[in-house]
Design a protein around this ligand. Structure first.
Ligand code: ADP
Ligand code: ASP
Ligand code: MG
Length: 506
C-alpha cells in the first residue's frame, strides 16, 4: 500500500485495563478511517504495572523464591485473562485470544525455569557476585520483555473485534547493540541497550512492510529489542516512547503520536501542580530538556530518531481523544518565557576543588571521564572557576563517583551533597528575557527555599534545591512564572483522583 504512515503509540495507562484496550482499539479504527491519509502502525506498552510485576518475578527467580514467583505469575495471568474478556466481545475472537495468550505465558514459565536452573549451574566457588549479576542481567532483560508481547495480542484482538484488519508482530523489530558487561543492573532494574538504526530499518522492512502492503494494521511491541546474535534487550524503563520514534524513523513515517493519560505536554506534572496548562507546541530542544529534567510524559531519548528529520511527535490523551494535544517539532519563530517547570529528584552535587587554586578547566576532561567510568555521566554541570568544578549526578552513583575521583586525582578535594533535586524552568526565550530568571529566583526566595546552585542555558535555567523542598518549589515557580491564578475548573487528573478517593470511601 502506497502513501504515508504514522506511528500511534499507546502507553501502559492507555492499555491498563480491558476497557482501556477497547478504547485504544476504537482510536485505531478512527485513525484508519480518518487518519488524514496516513496508514497507522501501532506500538504498545505493557499494561501498567506489568513490567514491575515481571521484574519482581525475575528477582524471585534469581533468589530461588519459587512460591513468590508462582503467586506473581498467577496474578499476571489473571490480569491479562480478565482484560481479554473485557476488551473483546465476539466469542470466537475472544477464544482465539485466550488460546494465543497461553503461548507467551508458557514461554515465560520456561524463561523462569531457565533462570532457576542457572542458580544451581555453577559450583559454589563459581557462584560469586559475577555470576549473580550476569544472571540478574539476563533475568531482567528476558522477563521484562513479556509484558509488551502480551499487550500486542490483546490490542490486536480488540481491534479485530471492531472490524479492523490487524496482526500482532511477534518478533522484536528494534535491533540493538549488546549490553555492555560492565553495566550490570541491581535486582529489579533493567538497563537500556543502544538501538542500531540501520539494522532496525532492515528489520522493520522485513516484519512490517509486508503487512502494510496488504492493508493490515501491524501492532508492534514497544520497549523491547534483540541483538544481532539473538539476545533479548530493552530500551530501559519507560522506553516505549523511544521505541515508537525509532520505528517511526525506520518506516519513514510522516508523524508519531504518543497516546497517554494526559491532554499533552503540560506546564508541569499534573500530579504535583493543580492548575497546569496544555502546551500546544514545543520545539524538539524544549521537549528534550523537559524530559531530561523529569517530565515523565516522554522518555528522554524519544526525540533522537526524529528531530534531525523533522518528523513531528504529537502527545495526545487516550481518554480524551478529541483534544489536539501537543505537537513537538522544529524551532518556532515565536519565543516563550517559561513554557514548563519540571523537577528531577534523587540527585547529588559533586564538587572537585584543586588546593593549588588552579587547573580545574585543564582537568575537566579527566573529571568527567572518571565520572562516566563510575557509571554516572553528569546530569547537569553547574559551575566552574579556575580551581573548582561542580556537577550533578544521580544520587545512587555519588559514592562511587566521589571515591573514584578521590582515588585518581589525589591532590584534589572531592566533596558531595546528596538529597537534592533540580527544578528546571524551560522555554525558548527564557534567558533572553531579563525578568524571567529574576522572577524564578524571587519565587523561591519568597518561599524561603534556598537555591543551592544553579545552571543556565539559552532555553532555561535549573535551580538546585533540597529534595524535601522540591514539590513546594515546583508549585511556587509554576505560580509565579506560568499560572498565577488557580482556575475554577480543576484539572481532570485531580478530578479522577478525587472521584477514586470518594469511590473508595463509599
Ligand atoms: P504512559 O503510561 O502513557 O507511558 P507515563 O506515566 O509514562 O504514561 O507518562 C504520563 C505521565 O507523565 C502523566 O500522567 C503525568 O503525571 C506525568 N508528567 C510529568 N510531567 C508532565 C508534564 N510536564 N506534562 C504532562 N505529563 C507529565
Ligand atoms: N513497559 C515498560 C516500562 O514499564 C516500557 C514503557 O511502558 O514505556 O518501563
Ligand atoms: Mg511512559
Amino acid at each position: 500500500m502506497e502513501g504515508s504512515r504514522q506511528v500511534l503509540k499507546f502507553g501502559g495507562t492507555s492499555v491498563g485495563s480491558g476497557e482501556g484496550i477497547r478504547r485504544v482499539a476504537s482510536i485505531i479504527r478512527h485513525h484508519l478511517r480518518d487518519g488524514e491519509g496516513m496508514f497507522p502502525v501501532i506500538v504498545v506498552s505493557a499494561m501498567s504495572g506489568v513490567t514491575d510485576q515481571l521484574l519482581r518475578i525475575a528477582r524471585f527467580a534469581c533468589t530461588g523464591d519459587h512460591e513468590s514467583w508462582q503467586q506473581e505469575l498467577e496474578a499476571l495471568k489473571r490480569k491479562h485473562v480478565e482484560a481479554a474478556d473485557k476488551a473483546v466481545y465476539r466469542s470466537e475472537v475472544r477464544r482465539t485470544l485466550q488460546h494465543d495468550l497461553q503461548v507467551p505465558f508458557s514461554m515465560l514459565e520456561q524463561d523462569i525455569s531457565a533462570v532457576e536452573s542457572g542458580l544451581s549451574g555453577p559450583t559454589e566457588e563459581q557462584a560469586d557476585d559475577g555470576h549473580a549479576s550476569a544472571l540478574a542481567l539476563y533475568a531482567a532483560s528476558t522477563m521484562s520483555a513479556w509484558g509488551e508481547r502480551f499487550s500486542v495480542l490483546l490490542v490486536a484482538a480488540a481491534a479485530r473485534d471492531l472490524g479492523v484488519q490487524t496482526a500482532p508482530v511477534r518478533e522484536e523489530v528494534i535491533v540493538t547493540a549488546d549490553l555492555q558487561a560492565d553495566r550490570l543492573p541491581a535486582f529489579g532494574t533493567v538497563i537500556g541497550a543502544d538501538p542500531l538504526p540501520q539494522e532496525t530499518r532492515v528489520n522493520a522492512g522485513r516484519l512490517i512492510h509486508p503487512l502494510i502492503e496488504r492493508g493490515i494494521v501491524p501492532v508492534v511491541p514497544g520497549f523491547i529489542g534483540r541483538t544481532t546474535d539473538g539476545c533479548v534487550t530493552t530500551l530501559g524503563r519507560n522506553g516505549s516512547d523511544y521505541s515508537a520514534t525509532l520505528i517511526g524513523a525506520a518506516l519513514d513515517c510522516a508523524e508519531v503520536t504518543v497516546y497517554t493519560d494526559v491532554d499533552g505536554v503540560l506546564s508541569a506534572d499534573p500530579l504535583i501542580v493543580a492548575n497546569t496548562r496544555l502546551i500546544p507546541r514545543l520545539t524538539y530542544a524544549e521537549a528534550a530538556r523537559l524530559s531530561w529534567f523529569g517530565a515523565k510524559v516522554l522518555h528522554p531519548r524519544t526525540l533522537i530518531p526524529v528531530a534531525h528529520r523533522n518528523i513531528p511527535v504529537r502527545v495526545r490523551n487516550t481518554f480524551r481523544p478529541h483534544m489536539r494535544g501537543t505537537v513537538v517539532g522544529p524551532a518556532l519563530t515565536t519565543r516563550s518565557a517559561a513554557a514548563a517547570i519540571t523537577v528531577r529528584g534523587q540527585l547529588a552535587l559533586i564538587t572537585v576543588e584543586n588546593s593549588d587554586l588552579f587547573g580545574a578547566p585543564e582537568n575537566a576532561g579527566q573529571v568527567f571521564e572518571l565520572a562516566a567510568r563510575a557509571g554516572a555521566a553528569p546530569v547537569a554541570i553547574c559551575s566552574s572557576s579556575g580551581h573548582h568544578l561542580t556537577f550533578v549526578v544521580e544520587e545512587q552513583a555519588a559514592d562511587s563517583v566521589a571515591a573514584l575521583l578521590q582515588h585518581d586525582m589525589g591532590s584534589w578535594r572531592v566533596s558531595y551533597r546528596r538529597g537534592l533535586a533540580a527544578c528546571a524552568c524551560i522555554g525558548s526565550g527564557f534567558t533572553a528575557d531579563p525578568m524571567s530568571p529574576a522572577r524564578a529566583i524571587t519565587a523561591l526566595a519568597r518561599e524561603r527555599i534556598p537555591v543551592i546552585t544553579q545552571g543556565a542555558s539559552e532555553i532555561g535555567i535549573i535551580l538546585m534545591v533540597e529534595e524535601s523542598e522540591s514539590e513546594r518549589a515546583l508549585r511556587c515557580l509554576h505560580r509565579d512564572l506560568i499560572a498565577p491564578v488557580i482556575p475554577l475548573v480543576r484539572h481532570e487528573v485531580y478530578e479522577r483522583a478525587r472521584e477514586a478517593r470518594q469511590g473508595a470511601t463509599l
